[in-house]
Design a protein around this ligand. Structure first.
Ligand code: GLU
Length: 285
């Protein structure tokens, strides 16, 4: 038996619902346990990639699947001013600095890769702007943040115990993108705290992101959730199932005559869930 928790499934509607989402949604619901709370959140801050049509389609497919939120679904794009308050707080504490570099300039100057595969910012704007005049993004001064926290925060991963964080290997991450004014790490940690999420469930592809998110939680004095990262559905070559792989789209299966229960019990879904949950916790969708 899983003890009651508040979990959330937080898809970004950049494409149609696919079997990878089904795994994440079911995993999150099962991890909430009997008497727990399961929440759905739409992470649609990137308004160029997350269209209203894709959001509507995602919600419709979730409903068809029988995955419903225990509380009203939160849509991040409707709460942008709340994230600006967090940025203001961090800025006033001297933990952020404006960065005017383009993606290309960073790519040309970067020499290191962070644990999540992103490039470590080489620090051109850390001691003052190099290309002022452009619209800036805002970066976290990671060395300073870790000094304030007096160490690198780790986390509790269900089934593995305490895990050491690697925030120092990420460098100065972007907290406010130049185009959207916010970022994934900022919004996700704010919302997990606001919604009282006690167990963050998501795919192993976001495992490394936890190091960065733990820093933000500690800086803001938000509670530390526990984490549970589930196995991913991999294609025959061992790559993560991508939204572009049409055959695994829930819509495609649905149009092909599949029932919701059959999709929830799809062999690829079953395999990923059985690899991730305690024995016996998955007994079909
Ligand atoms: N919105 C993110 C995604 O779809 C997931 C966020 C999370 O679970 O932390 O990849």
């Amino acid at each position: 038996m899983t003890p009651p928790a508040t979990t959330r499934f937080a898809p970004s509607p950049t494409g149609f619902l696919h079997l990878g989402h089904v795994v994440s949604g079911l995993y999150s619901r099962i991890m909430a346990g009997e008497g727990g709370r399961f929440l759905i959140r739409i992470e649609d801050i990137d308004t160029t990639r997350c269209t209203p049509e894709l959001t509507a389609a995602l919600r419709e497919d979730l409903e068809w699947l029988g995955l419903s939120s225990d509380e009203p679904v939160r849509r991040q794009s409707r709460h942008l001013p709340e994230y600006q308050v967090v940025l203001k707080t961090l800025r006033e504490r001297g933990l952020l600095y404006p960065c005017f570099c383009t993606r290309r300039e960073i790519a040309e100057a970067a020499t290191q890769t962070a644990p999540d595969g992103s490039l470590v910012y080489p620090g051109m704007c850390r001691h003052g702007p190099v290309h002022a005049g452009r619209e800036p993004g805002w970066r976290l001064d990671m060395a300073r943040a870790l000094e304030v926290l007096q160490g690198v925060p780790g986390w509790h991963e269900i089934g593995h115990g305490r895990v050491a964080g690697k925030a120092n290997a990420f460098g100065d991450i972007v907290l406010a993108r130049r185009d959207t004014g916010v970022s994934y790490h900022l919004c996700v940690t704010h919302d997990d705290a606001l919604e009282g999420v006690t167990t963050v469930t998501r795919g192993r592809d976001l495992y490394e992101a936890t190091s960065v998110q733990r820093v933000l939680q500690d800086l803001m004095g938000w509670p530390e959730p526990t984490y549970a990262h589930h196995a991913l559905i991999l294609d025959s070559e061992g790559h993560k199932l991508s939204k572009r792989d049409g055959a695994e789209g829930v819509r495609v299966l649905r149009q092909g005559g599949w029932r919701a229960r059959q999709v929830r019990e799809h062999p690829l879904v079953r395999q990923a869930l059985e690899a991730s949950l305690p024995t016996g916790a998955y007994s079909g969708g």
